[in-house]
Write a new protein. Structure first.
Length: 234
């Protein structure tokens, strides 16, 4: 019975000591932040084209839009390296000025082109603008490129953090340090992108549209390393 009591008391003291040590304040801790950034050229281009028309008969306008979209899809599918898909399609009534009756039906349909060959996609866009209209042209960084860039920047961010940790340690007169915690964060910021040639294309009277001159622009990928180190003083 006495042995049991002694053992229990020893265990209780051990747990208490561990708890006290865990709650003891830690000294010589320094918060640091390192950040690295890289501008990466966009490698994906996305073009949305549309056909829009109206007629008193909804079936007639639907047939017209379908024909225009099908012709555009047929032409686009003949271009190698371009992903082609159908976009949104909508129809709505057009009312008289007094709003009491429907005078026509207006319909709009889209096709979407996407690829990494900007020259081929730009040329195709110029061809299709003879029968379709341009809704928008966007550029982006592919998931694979973004992930690859982030992986490289994570290594650079950690190296930059360690470099600052060495500087802080020497400034405090310490010998070594240990990392208490470290958080890595990534940010992706695509800047606004514009393309040239829109005004020229919209003003073409002979319906033989010129190929738009495009610039994909760049996206900024940033990785930051935030953490705390504990410096060992002599």
């Amino acid at each position: 019975m006495r042995h049991s009591c002694v053992l229990s008391c020893v265990l209780a003291l051990s747990f208490m000591s561990a708890s006290v040590l865990a709650d003891e304040p830690r000294y010589n801790q320094v918060s640091l932040r390192a950040e690295v950034e890289r501008s990466v050229s966009h490698d994906t281009m996305r073009v949305t084209l549309y056909a829009e028309d109206q007629h008193q008969d909804p079936a007639t306008v639907a047939e017209r839009i379908t024909r225009q979209l099908n012709d555009g899809l047929k032409t686009a599918r003949g271009t190698s390296g371009v992903t082609v898909s159908s976009g949104n399609r909508s129809s709505y009534p057009v009312y008289s000025e007094d709003g009491k009756s429907i005078v026509a039906w207006r319909e709009r349909g889209e096709i979407i082109l996407e690829g990494s060959d900007f020259a081929a996609l730009s040329k195709l866009t110029g061809q299709l603008l003879g029968s379709l209209s341009l809704a928008n042209m966007d550029f982006s960084l592919s998931t694979a490129s973004q992930r690859s860039t982030e992986d490289e920047l994570i290594k650079e961010a950690v190296d930059a953090f360690r470099s600052r940790a060495d500087i802080a340690t020497r400034a405090l007169g310490g010998n070594t340090y240990k990392i208490v915690n470290l958080n890595l964060n990534t940010q992706f910021a695509p800047p606004p992108v514009f393309f040239r040639g829109a005004a020229k294309m919209s003003m073409a009277a002979d319906r033989e549209m010129s190929t738009p001159s495009v610039e994909g622009g760049q996206a900024d990928v940033t990785v930051s390393a935030d953490g705390v180190i504990e410096v060992t003083l002599p």
